[in-house]
Design a protein around this ligand. Structure first.
Ligand SMILES: C[S@@+](CC[C@H](N)C(=O)[O-])C[C@H]1O[C@@H](n2cnc3c(N)ncnc32)[C@H](O)[C@@H]1O
Length: 303
């Protein structure tokens, strides 16, 4: 329901976390020298009738900058992909009310924003779909969204702020599904370190206002990346950690989500956690329109 021209939204559980991200991005974008230019986030936060501060507390410069750096890492990966595949398809799993399209779109690429039905409704209301950007309302885990992807000009799948909320078996299923469907494609995801995930499971991650971070059953320590590179026949090496150096500097060890940029889709080791790896062209099922492998993912926020 609209109130004073603003739209009331009240997502709960994991979907509620999209508000935290928007809140932090808009706060950072308002700074005199932001690490992320995001005028659309500022516009959006003003159109939303939901007092984020009551739930999450006031944003801090430290957290908002860390959040913005994480976002920049994803933006850099998408820009690198679009340079090589200007007509490619960017699949954004769990896009929430991210405004990345308005930051990085090249006017030619296609976007598929896969979201849970309740969030897709909010997103479409606030950020209506366009000719090249659609929001299928379904769980990323349904995998049927893959049928809607035009892979003929290359595919990049991003999962920003999603995998940590899934169970390990679900992460495995999702990554395997990407690897099988998009040989030569790439997946970019972020993860929380294990100690952080464990604290969320114990309900210990709280804001000063008492907001408790939802449980994050899946976590990945950066040092675990190598063991997953040979985890599945549909993936090859190519894993790269893209945790922004600056993010680490600003947030210190573990506070940031370690953003991992992948040179390809991934699959977890049976005993471990997935990391970014490249689909193996020798074993992955091929499609006639298989995209050329993404070679380069920009990894550092430059400021
Ligand atoms: C932390 S927010 C991230 C939103 C956005 N990517 C960002 O970084 O601002 C988590 C998002 O995951 C979405 N989500 C949770 N489970 C999902 C699923 N199974 N499939 C698709 N989206 C999901 C929620 O609706 C929510 O938008």
């Amino acid at each position: 329901m609209d109130h004073d021209g603003r739209r009331r939204i009240d997502p709960q559980g994991v979907p509620e976390t999209l508000l935290w991200n928007l809140h932090q991005r808009a706060y950072e974008a308002r700074q005199p020298h932001p690490v992320l230019d995001d005028p659309k986030a500022i516009e959006l936060v003003e159109r939303v009738d939901r007092p984020c501060e009551e739930t999450f507390g006031p944003p801090s410069r430290l957290l908002s900058q860390g959040q913005a750096l994480r976002v920049r890492t994803f933006d850099d990966a998408v820009r690198a992909f679009l340079r090589e595949h200007p007509r490619g398809t960017v699949v954004t799993l769990a896009e929430g009310v991210e405004t990345q399209f308005w930051r990085v779109d090249n006017g030619r690429a296609h976007w598929l924003c896969v979201e849970l039905p309740e969030t897709a409704k909010v997103r479409r209301a606030l950020l209506p779909d366009g000719e090249r950007r659609r929001t299928p309302a379904r769980s990323a885990l349904a995998l049927s969204w893959r049928d809607e992807v035009d892979a003929s000009h290359g595919v990049l799948v991003t999962a920003q702020g999603l995998l940590m909320y899934l169970r390990p078996a679900e992460v495995r299923q999702l990554i395997a599904g990407c690897a099988e469907a998009f040989p030569g494609g790439a997946l970019v995801f972020d993860a929380v370190p294990r100690w952080f995930g464990e604290r969320t499971l114990r309900g210990e991650m709280k804001t000063a206002r008492g907001y408790v971070t939802p449980p994050m059953p899946w976590a990945l320590d950066a040092g675990e990346l190598p063991k997953i590179r040979t985890a599945h026949p549909a993936v090859t090496r190519g894993a790269r950690t893209a945790a922004a150096t600056r993010t680490r500097r600003v947030l210190r060890r573990g506070l940031a989500r370690a953003a991992a940029a992948a040179g390809g889709a991934q699959h977890p080791a049976d005993h471990g956690r997935p990391g970014p790896v490249r689909p193996d062209r020798r074993t992955a099922p091929r499609t006639p329109s298989a995209a050329r492998p993404l070679r380069t993912v920009k990894q550092r926020a430059r400021r």
